[in-house]
Design a protein around this ligand. Structure first.
Ligand code: FES
Ligand code: FES
Length: 253
């Protein structure tokens, strides 16, 4: 028995078909298919064939994305080569106050004569007796106690006159080369230096003679070693040492 189908009624078959169409259409839409066409099928008698075209156009809105980057913080790690640093710390002591300079009157006794002088307290004995009083037998070789060219005798002892202040020599017996000879007679040490040709330029000779006098006054018969030792503070740039030593030894008593 066949059920009579009313116009517009949906049979189970139709429902199944329609469901399939919906599924396909849904699938097509889901797949983004622009158009789905149902394949032509021979219409069943009395059945309305429905062709459904589903078009779906999806227009994506232009996306504008504004990205505000956070303030960039860049950390750079650098491995520097090992550095050896030497730190030298020099402590600077406060400068001492300048030495007070004053002037005074002194009396120097030189070669038996007294000289009253107005001197500054920082003048050396060499400056005073050579530059102020004119005893040119006192030579200025270095002005710092190294050469012995400025040798004078103070109380019979050889002293570098560039290393003592004039005010320190006040009241002491001072001897210079000028005090050991006269215009008519040289001192025996001078005679020996001439005889043995114990000089070349002669710049060291006054100091050598004064040191020799100090030695012989104290020790009239010195040995060669004692002569060398006594003259060790007197430098001879001409290298006349061998003849100087022979000259001194010739004066042995
Ligand atoms: S000038 Fe005095 S030691 Fe040289
Ligand atoms: S003779 Fe010239 S420095 Fe001694």
């Amino acid at each position: 028995m066949t059920a009579e189908k009313k116009p517009g009624a949906v049979t189970r078959r139709d429902f199944i078909k329609g469901l399939a169409v919906g599924v396909v259409a849904t699938a097509a839409v889901s797949a983004g298919v622009a158009a789905v066409s149902w394949p032509a099928a021979p219409p069943a008698p009395g059945v309305v064939t429905k062709t459904e075209t589903v078009t779906k156009t999806t227009t994506a809105a232009a996306a504008t994305t504004t990205v505000t980057a956070p303030a960039a913080t860049t950390t750079v790690t650098t491995t520097a080569p090992a550095v050896t640093t030497t730190v030298t710390t020099t402590a600077t002591a406060p400068a001492p106050p300048p030495a007070k300079v004053y002037e005074k009157d002194i009396v120097l006794t030189i070669n038996g004569d007294s000289y009253t002088l107005h001197v500054k307290n920082n003048w050396t004995l060499m400056e005073v007796i050579k530059e102020k009083l004119g005893f040119w037998g006192v030579k200025n070789g270095c002005a710092r106690g190294e050469c012995g060219a400025c040798t004078v005798l103070i109380e019979g002892k050889p002293v570098n006159s560039c290393m003592i202040l004039a005010v320190e020599a006040e009241g002491k017996k001072i001897e210079t080369l000028e005090g050991i000879f006269t215009d008519v007679k040289l001192h025996p040490i001078q005679e020996a230096f001439i005889k043995y040709d114990a000089l070349q330029c002669g710049f060291c000779t006054p100091g050598m003679i004064m040191s020799t006098k100090a030695l012989l006054d104290k020790n009239p018969s010195p040995t060669r070693e004692q002569v060398k030792e006594a003259l060790a503070g007197n430098l001879c740039r001409c290298g006349a040492y061998p003849k100087i030593i022979e000259a001194v030894l010739s004066l042995k008593k």
